[in-house]
Structures are given as structure tokens and as C-alpha cells.
Design a protein around this ligand. Structure first.
Ligand SMILES: C[S@@+](CC[C@H](N)C(=O)[O-])C[C@H]1O[C@@H](n2cnc3c(N)ncnc32)[C@H](O)[C@@H]1O
Length: 215
């Protein structure tokens, strides 16, 4: 939903949130389950890694890491989405916690070098491009040396790809999907090595590794 010149999304104000998981799983465009399943291997995650999930929502993006044996902290600005994560919290007591944070991509309430992995799935499209660069810097701050960032979302290969996609799916006009001509460079500017994995016509996983040995 657009508000002025800023596109804003307030999940707390959406009706039917309890059907969120079902809707995401049912969308062929999003390749949702396929992308989430691949996240731990894309991140080279190991059991006992400490993972930060930005925009965790109902917690689905945390689940594959929990199944591997990682501990996950999920942050999200939506109280209602976090409430829906409660059953998942009960399944992994002591290894999954969530925190309400107003602007988690830009201002994380965690010390420097706290996490082995930062993950975000289907949330970075909520940030305009100047904020994306700030978000990369903030993710870098909370990552340990050798840590990894993995971002799954709808992304566009280039401007013609974006134009074709928006013609087919006008609802995407309300979002800031990353462009692969610029997004990887934001990570390289912060000293990451970047790789890309294509999951579907519009869905990619960006993998960014901090240079240096894992601590
Ligand atoms: C489509 S859901 C994805 C949730 C979950 N990661 C998943 O894979 O199902 C997008 C989430 O991003 C959150 N969100 C919206 N704006 C955000 C922002 N500026 N920073 C971080 N998260 C945001 C929403 O509250 C919502 O929970």
C-alpha cells in the first residue's frame, strides 16, 4: 500500500493474517518453501550457529535453521506476525526467541559481532534502496568475522526484467524488489564476497560472506 511517496506496509493492520502461512505456501510465484528449505545450506549454517532472522514474521524462515540445530533470534516490527510465531516458539524452547523491533533492518538491538548468520526472507523488498545499503552495514556490524548473510526474496535481473514482471504482476509496484544490477554491489561495498542462487523466475537467494575466518 502506498502512502505519499513512501511505500509502507503495516502487517498489523491486515485482515486474515492467520492465513499468512497458507497463502505464502500456495504462491507459485514466490517459490516459498523451496527458497526457505535452501537457506541453511546457502548460509553454510552449522548446528549451534546463532542466527538472526530479520523480518521473521510468523517464524517460517527460522524453521529450517532450527531443524538443523541452530539457535535463532527473530525480529520483526509486526506484533501480530510475532504472535503467530508462538506455536513455533513452543516447538524449540530455548532455541527460538522473538523480539519486536520497530525498524530491524536499520537499527538492531544487538552488540557488534553477535551472530554467525543473518537471514532475511521475503522482507528486504520493504526497504527503499538507500535504506538497503544502510541495512547491509547494520547486518555487517552484528556478524562475526567469517559470518554469512542470506537474503531470499523476489528480485529483478535488470530493468527489462523488472518491466516485464511488473506488467505481469502489477501488485509488485508497491514493493522495492532488489535489482541484481545494484544489490550485490551494496554488499561488496561493505567487504562481503557475494554469490547468487536463482530459485525461480523472480526469486533469488543472495549469499554474502564476510571475508576472514569464522570465529
Ligand atoms: C512477507 S513477510 C516474511 C516473513 C518471513 N520471513 C517469511 O519468510 O515468511 C514480511 C515480514 O517483514 C516484516 N517487515 C515489514 N517491514 C519491515 C521492515 N522495514 N524491516 C523488517 N521487517 C519488516 C513484516 O512485518 C513481515 O513480518
Amino acid at each position: 500500500m502506498a502512502a505519499g511517496d513512501r511505500k509502507t506496509w503495516d502487517f498489523d493492520s491486515y485482515a486474515g493474517l492467520e492465513r499468512y502461512d497458507q497463502r505464502m505456501r500456495g504462491s507459485r510465484r514466490l517459490c516459498y518453501e523451496d527458497a526457505l528449505r535452501r537457506l541453511p545450506s546457502s548460509a553454510s549454517a552449522r548446528p549451534k550457529d546463532l542466527v538472526l532472522d530479520i523480518g521473521t514474521g510468523t517464524g517460517n524462515s527460522a524453521v529450517p535453521f532450527l531443524e538443523l540445530g541452530c539457535s535463532v533470534v527473530g525480529v520483526d516490527p509486526s506484533e501480530q506476525m510475532l504472535k503467530l510465531a508462538e506455536d513455533k516458539l513452543r516447538r524449540w524452547p530455548g532455541r527460538f526467541s522473538v523480539q519486536h523491533v520497530d525498524d530491524p533492518f536499520l537499527c538492531l538491538p544487538f552488540a557488534d559481532a553477535s551472530f554467525d548468520v543473518v537471514v532475511s526472507a521475503y522482507a528486504i523488498h520493504h526497504l527503499a534502496d538507500p535504506d538497503k545499503q544502510r541495512a547491509v552495514r547494520e547486518a555487517r556490524r552484528v556478524l562475526r568475522t567469517g559470518g554469512r548473510v542470506v537474503i531470499a526474496d523476489t528480485m529483478f535481473r535488470d530493468a527489462p526484467h523488472k518491466a516485464r514482471a511488473l506488467a505481469e504482476y502489477p501488485d509488485m509496484e508497491d514493493e522495492y524488489q532488489p535489482l541484481l544490477t545494484t544489490f550485490p554491489g551494496m554488499f561488496e561495498a561493505e567487504g562481503f564476497e557475494v554469490g547468487l542462487q536463482q530459485i525461480g523466475d523472480l526469486v533469488w537467494i543472495l549469499v554474502a560472506r564476510c571475508r576472514g575466518r569464522a570465529s
